[in-house]
Design a binder for this molecule. Sequence first.
Ligand code: NDP
Ligand code: A1CAB
Length: 265
Amino acid sequence: MTRVALLGGGVMGETVLGGLLRGGYAPSDVVVAEKRAERAAELTERHGVDTATGPDAVRSAEVVLLVVKPQDVASVLAEVADDLADGVLVVSLAAGVTSAAIEEALPEGTAVVRVMPNTPARVGQGMAVASPGAHATDAQLELVKEMLGGTGKVLVVPEKQQDAVTAVSGSGPAYLFLVAEAMTDAAVTLGLPRDVARELVTQTLFGSATLLQESGEHPTLLREQVTSPGGTTAAALAALEAGGLRTAFADALTAARDRSVELGG
Ligand SMILES: NC(=O)C1=CN([C@@H]2O[C@H](COP(=O)(O)OP(=O)(O)OC[C@H]3O[C@@H](n4cnc5c(N)ncnc54)[C@H](OP(=O)(O)O)[C@@H]3O)[C@@H](O)[C@H]2O)C=CC1
Ligand SMILES: O=C(O)[C@@H]1CCC=N1
């Protein structure tokens, strides 16, 4: 199996690690470099992986996964640049940071692939979107797709689309969790017990996403099928439109896209 160094063992680092292990990687194939010692120990205990400093982790790695905050990418690259193995593939999961900026910080010709994952990868239902940098080969892109297979779906797009992708699928789970929270609170306000409200909301989101996925039908059609003339749904949708839901989503995704561009500096 490909030898992997994972730099940054936070929320997304552990999520990707879980996906690798689910996809057939052994804990001995992966070494993690994580700044916080207690967090590194936690990852060893939970997943059985070794931890090391950044330079030690990358020395024998064929693939280096960069999973630190965008603001920390430059410093982590400076830390490991001299220790990268020949022919290494660097895969960055950092929002906003371009493959060109990473290539610039590494030895000439280093292969880079930029990826935007999301947290449903924790349960194997992630959406990861990959874009090859200037020096990544088709075989390296295939390797990335294969490596991320255990996290869920993987799509390849031109890198110029990555800031918009980040706004949609990268940050997207947070919007839907906010909807779940808001619906649950509203259900409690209507008098339902909280555990019942939570189950109704969770299964409704899960069922609706599954229907959208499996039917292949347009969301407008599926929405219309729920909306009986003069009924309850029409009343609710009118209130959501009056509350500016569509504009709020358009503004939210634009703000996320703009922030991604900004993080790329
Ligand atoms: N969370 C998400 O849903 C998604 C995140 N991403 C991207 O993934 C990346 C990581 O995000 P996330 O996991 O949420 O962030 P976290 O802050 O949870 O994880 C980053 C980890 O890296 C550590 N770290 C910082 N510098 C170094 C270093 N030099 N060597 C080793 N470890 C280091 C941090 O320690 P410390 O906290 O002490 O700095 C922290 O534990 C980001 O770039 C983000 O844009 C992409 C898509 C979705
Ligand atoms: O909020 C963030 O910046 C990261 C990137 C996408 C999801 N979380």
